[in-house]
Ligand binder design. Structure first.
Ligand code: DWN
Ligand code: ZN
Length: 421
């Protein structure tokens, strides 16, 4: 297996010198994950020997607005080009989480046939379909044509486009303003964060609310979730950085909830009027108290990432030296960062399984593990399985009871590599 990785400076990407949100010029890098291929850019088997583009993956802190961000911006048309493989509906826990979100919104607000709910990065309709069920008009916006087509199939009208400030003005002209704007796991992905937020302001009714979810920086650092760092994720948010960002656009972070999903996330409620709730004051005070808004907070992180890598490699090499076979579970974007940063590939791992039929038959970026259906675990009985989709470990362990009863064991890499019987 000769894996060819290629980096072409200035081709398809640019290295930022100013903060993505406040424009500050004093960014402090604190973690360097090297050159990695694009985490969601799965490889066709016939392209196994074709040079793969790689990009630097350096993480920095902005002392002016407390935003953590990567310094490389890969062109969106490169990042979200080819058949974007991520379909939210392949994760039952995510579906249940999203349904509960909608039912809470329906309980909180008078929504009916004259209302409008818009979701940015609406994917395959995994969330908006719950509003359709309750007769509330919706519109999804997502640049990925595969998921957008899947959404229309489940009755969710979807516009296949990138959401920008200009797009928002055009949309309001044609469809009016929204009562609720949902945006899950997308704020970190947009190259023009300020334009995106300005678009949300333009889209919202005066009494509208934007309900936005993103991974929480504090949990990423606490649990060493370095594998959630990849080129699709440009920003890593604290409540402090979010408050600074939205205020810059006349929007106000009035409420925040902490969520378990994706290794620890935030759900924020942003409105065009200021009514800062206790939940926001409490978390911002906590962040100040622990110094999450200072560079010092990140000083140890690089060393902690390397410790996790050493422990995982020591475990895997010991198991290999004892003659054990090892596979993996979850052809996730975070799996690509984990494998490529740790230098794991088909020399140590035989294959990876994933439920997403759009991923099966492809190869993982860089590591080139073949992606197979989960049934292959029971069929081929690898002795161990590295859980790359650790954020769904509970449901995957339950799902794989037959494999475990047959003696199969899982390795959970984050926050500390451990074996689960
Ligand atoms: O921001 C993003 C996060 C929210 O989701 C996106 N950029 C992409 C994605 O990141 P990821 O690929 O690391 O996410 P997941 O959701 O952790 O990926 C889990 C993978 O595991 C998916 O490919 C689906 C698969 N899966 C499975 O095969 N069986 C998941 C479950 C729950 C299962 O039972
Ligand atoms: Zn900044």
């Amino acid at each position: 297996m000769n894996q060819i990785l290629l980096h072409q400076p200035g081709v398809a990407s640019q290295t930022e010198t100013a903060c993505r949100c406040c424009g500050g010029q004093s960014l402090h890098p604190f973690l360097d994950l090297g050159f990695t291929p694009l985490a969601d850019r799965l490889i066709r088997p016939e392209d196994g020997d074709t040079p793969e583009l790689t990009f630097p993956l350096v993480v920095a802190f902005c002392p002016d607005c407390a935003l953590v961000q990567i310094l490389e911006t890969v062109a969106p048309e490169i990042l979200f080009a080819d058949a974007y493989p991520y379909y939210s509906s392949f994760s039952p826990a995510l579906l249940e989480h999203s349904r509960a979100n909608v039912l809470q919104r329906l309980a909180e607000r008078e929504l009916g046939p004259s209302s409008l709910v818009v979701e940015l990065a609406s994917n395959d309709g995994y969330l908006l379909k719950n509003y359709v069920e309750h007769g509330v008009p919706v519109c999804g916006i997502d640049p990925a044509d595969g998921p957008a087509a899947a959404a229309r199939k489940v009755g969710v009208p979807t516009l296949c486009d990138f959401f920008t400030e200009e797009f928002a003005s055009k949309f309001v002209g044609e469809h009016g303003r929204a009562d609720i704007v949902h945006a899950n796991n997308v704020l970190a992905h947009v190259a023009d964060t300020n334009g995106f937020v300005a678009g949300i302001r333009n889209l919202l009714k005066p009494d509208g609310v934007a309900v936005i979810e993103m991974p929480y920086l504090l949990r990423l650092i606490e649990h060493v979730e370095f594998d959630t760092i990849y080129h699709e994720h440009l920003c890593y948010f604290s409540v402090t950085a979010l408050d600074n960002l939205f205020r810059r656009h006349g929007l106000f972070l009035n409420r925040v909830e902490e969520l378990e999903i994706h290794g620890g996330s935030l759900r924020i409620f942003v409105e065009p009027f200021e009514a800062t709730g206790e939940s926001v004051e409490t978390l911002m005070a906590h962040e100040k108290a622990i110094g999450l808004d200072t560079l010092d907070f990140f000083a140890e992180f690089s060393a902690r990432v390397d410790t996790l890598k050493e422990k995982l490699l020591a475990l895997i090499y010991t198991l290999k030296s004892e003659g054990h076979s090892i596979a993996a579970y979850g052809a996730a974007a975070k799996g690509a960062t984990m494998l490529n940063y740790c230098g794991l590939n088909t020399r140590q791992l035989d294959f990876v399984v994933d439920r997403n039929v759009n991923k099966q038959g492809m190869l993982m970026p860089g590591a080139h593990l073949p992606i197979l259906p989960p049934e292959e675990l029971v069929a081929r009985k690898p002795d161990f399985v590295l859980m790359l989709a650790w954020n769904f470990a509970d449901e995957i362990l339950a799902q794989q009871q037959e494999y475990r009863d047959a003696g199969g064991r899982f390795i959970i890499p984050v926050p500390e590599p451990r074996i689960v019987e």
